[in-house]
Write a protein that binds this ligand. Structure first.
Ligand code: SF4
Ligand code: SF4
Length: 55
């Protein structure tokens, strides 16, 4: 996942990931990419379009 500068660390994405792969810290997001099933729910739920999938 790529996180851009619009991220405000609200935690929305972490809350919806069905596999709980996203950890929100104060000023960073940690992704456990290994378990990611590419559902992109996290991308869709972000209110500021801060997430994009690496292609
Ligand atoms: S939902 Fe968007 S703004 Fe909120 S923590 Fe996730 S990437 Fe950042
Ligand atoms: S694409 Fe789906 S499985 Fe991967 S981090 Fe986002 S919500 Fe989680």
């Amino acid at each position: 996942m790529i996180v851009n500068e619009w991220c405000m660390y609200c935690g929305e994405c972490a809350g919806v990931c069905p596999r709980c792969l996203i950890e929100v810290r104060e000023t960073s997001l940690i992704f456990n990419e290994e378990g990611c099933k590419d559902c992109r729910i996290c991308v869709q739920v972000c209110p500021v379009n801060a997430l994009a999938k690496e292609e």
